[in-house]
Design a protein. Structure first.
Length: 404
């Protein structure tokens, strides 16, 4: 794995952690270099909001300073910046930059899927119960077109029933299977390989909400094809609000007619000297789905954050966050507390536990300097690359005190 070239705003900033390819991750050095305030609190809420690395804050500040002097800005500050964003995102999911559309959040991509994918009256979209609302409401609203959303009941553990999902897509009326790669409320990660193989065979369109996966789990869309994948940047990608992307499979791009188009979605609009020629042809790549103006400064920040993630390595991050579960899992086993996340290969960086009094324990954690979330009756702990084993040991100690 090669290191992404550094942006001028971060050139020369120290990196104390090992380069990709070396064993392990020096978290303390990473914290000192990029998360200097991480010692102030045990922050286990990346599944809600990821903190911005130091380099990202520097890029945002520098861009906004230049924005105060707009006569210094050039076309490269805008369109080269976006091209770099698409390239870095494409590398992250092993896709081609032409398949990447920049977007402000996950909901944009899922809304695009609901309104642009070819559907007809009588068609059915299948999803799991307990999906995050952004992967439910866009499909529900298709009832006005005679398209029905079917929510498949979860398993006894509360996880998507993949066997039933695979069974349902054998029905030719089912045109779309919509899944979260990783579930927001329990960290369950679907077998995307199996779903991909099945949907390729049946011709079902596979739409993926990936915001709780990309950045903490490896995603390879060249190896595991999907039709559309949407992801916001503000969580595991450690990026600003307003940054995100939509992946659209190359062979599908020109079949999609977006319900809303930005003026730069059309051919010829790069030439600002001839804007009133009004070429009606949409771009042949995923830029046809982008709305202008996107927040340039937020994508400049996202580029810096992706640079860091590429340097650290997603595989290393995945191994690190999984290893951090041990102190809390050991405590839960000793105390007989139910773990509502899978602890095998279907698990992820999200670890959920369900003590008898979750709201009270959540408050105790907050008062002890631990940030986490309360979701669907469970405490959701979501560490990232900056989290240490000492942090998680401290959480287990607080849980023990609250349980006593």
């Amino acid at each position: 794995m090669t290191t992404v070239p550094r942006s001028p705003a971060t050139e020369g900033s120290p990196l104390g952690f090992p380069v990709p390819g070396s064993a392990g991750l020096d978290v303390e050095a990473l914290r000192a270099a990029e998360f200097p305030r991480a010692h102030e609190r045990v922050y286990l809420d990346a599944a809600s909001i990821g903190p911005l690395p130091r380099r990202t804050v520097a890029v945002l500040d520098a861009f906004n300073q230049r924005r105060s002097r707009p006569w210094e800005l050039t076309a490269a500050d805008f369109f080269d910046l976006f091209a770099l964003s698409r390239a870095k995102i494409a590398r992250l999911v092993n896709a081609d930059p032409s398949e990447i559309a920049l977007a402000p959040n996950t909901s944009f991509g899922l809304g695009l899927a609901a309104r642009a994918l070819p559907l007809a009256p009588g068609d059915v979209i299948v999803a799991s119960e307990r999906e995050f609302p952004s992967n439910v409401y866009p499909w529900m609203r298709l009832e006005d077109r005679g398209v029905r959303l079917e929510l498949v009941p979860v398993t006894a553990e509360g996880w998507p029933d993949e066997a039933r999902l695979l069974e349902r897509i054998e029905d030719p009326r089912v045109r779309i299977l919509a899944v979260s790669l990783t579930q927001f409320s329990n960290g369950y990660t679907v077998d995307l390989d199996a779903l991909s193989r099945a949907t390729r065979r049946t011709g079902t369109l596979l739409v993926v909400d990936a915001i709780q996966a990309v950045g903490q789990l490896p995603v390879d869309l060249a190896r595991t094809p999907v039709d559309l994948l949407s992801c916001g940047g503000q969580k595991w990608l450690l990026s600003p609000w307003g940054s995100g992307f939509v992946y659209v499979r190359r062979g599908l791009i020109e079949q999609l007619d977006p319900a809303i188009t930005g003026w730069m979605a059309f051919e010829g609009t790069d030439d600002f000297s001839r804007l009133t020629t009004y070429n009606p042809a949409l771009r042949p790549d995923a830029r046809r789905f982008e709305l202008i103006t996107l927040p340039f400064q937020d994508f400049a920040g996202m580029n810096a954050s992706l640079e860091l993630l590429h340097e650290v390595g997603i595989e290393r991050i995945a191994a690190h966050v999984r290893s951090l579960r041990a102190p809390v899992l050991d405590w839960a086993r000793r105390r007989g507390v139910r773990v509502t996340s899978p602890v095998d290969h279907r698990g992820s960086g999200i670890l959920c536990i369900a003590p008898e009094n979750p709201a009270e324990v959540h408050q105790a954690l907050r008062e002890a300097g631990v940030s986490c979330s309360l979701r669907e009756g469970s405490l959701r702990l979501s560490p990232h690359c900056y989290t240490t084993m000492a942090d998680m040991t401290r959480v287990a100690e607080v849980l023990e005190a609250a349980h006593a």
